[in-house]
Ligand binder design. Structure first.
Ligand code: ATP
Length: 236
């Protein structure tokens, strides 16, 4: 579904990502894990078109999207929930969902507002509440709902667990499981490796802007048990 080859990107003169290569097939849930400052959010920004790529390429469903602007990538089915959610406080949940529908991928609609409400039942009661009055977890669900209404085939989630209570994190991870069961490709960017291991088939470990290790399918337990790997790349 997406193939990234030798990607380089950064800010100003400073390169952050170097020779990053990864791939995600349809229906796969793949994690990108790494410590603070490893370059995870920079990778997300490059994948969704918010940061220019200096070298390498991004191929989505057979088409080179490396130079496409962000909104065109969304229209092609690459959805994203950025770190920090990026909701608009004074707007209601309903308005956020309407925004998602406005930017949606052309073609088959797999998610309607009813599907979002089925995933996040609390939203049904709070559609007309301003998002700034909601908890962090509720805002994360609004951001996820908005992204689903873009009708993504690939959903990129940047640290969806940050700052949330264990109960809410469990709910979010349950949602990822439900989306995966519906056949969506998911790229989960996480600092919390235990969480990533719960939902992802496999993972790429990013350290100082490079992919330094891959956790293949079936290798999670061995990876988590290897203190030297975890300490070296993830800071323990
Ligand atoms: P975190 O888990 O803390 O979000 P991360 O793995 O997502 O970390 P990035 O946010 O991608 O890491 O940061 C990678 C490097 O790029 C860091 O050294 C950071 O200081 C730098 N960086 C990030 N954003 C910018 C920016 N807008 N301008 C300049 N440097 C930046």
């Amino acid at each position: 579904m997406i193939e990234v080859e030798n990607l380089e990107a950064g800010y100003g003169e400073t390169p952050v990502l170097r020779e990053v290569s990864l791939r995600l097939a349809a229906n796969e849930t793949v994690a990108v894990i790494g410590a603070n400052g490893a370059g995870k959010s920079t990778l997300v920004a490059a994948l969704c078109g918010l940061l220019p790529v200096r070298a390498g390429r991004i191929v989505h469903l057979g088409t080179d999207v490396t130079r496409l602007p962000a909104y065109k990538r969304v229209r092609r089915g690459i959805g994203v929930v950025l770190e920090g959610r990026h909701v608009f406080g004074p707007m209601t949940a309903r308005q956020h969902l309407a925004l998602g529908s406005l930017g949606a991928r052309e073609g088959e609609k797999r998610f309607g507002v009813d599907d979002v409400l089925a995933l996040f039942p609390f939203l049904g009661e709070r559609l007309d509440d301003r998002v700034e009055l909601m908890s962090g977890g509720e805002q994360q669900m609004v951001a996820l709902g908005r992204a689903l209404l873009l009708q993504p085939q690939l959903l990129i989630l940047d640290e969806p667990s940050t700052g949330l209570s264990p109960l809410v994190v469990k709910q979010i991870m349950g949602t990822i499981g439900a989306l995966r069961a519906r056949g969506m490709g998911i790229l989960l960017v996480e600092q919390n490796v235990a969480l990533a291991a719960e939902v992802a088939d496999r993972a790429y470990v990013l350290s100082v802007g490079r992919v330094v290790h891959e956790v293949h399918k079936g290798e999670w337990a061995g990876f988590l048990a290897d203190d030297s790997l975890v300490n070296t790349y993830l800071g323990g």
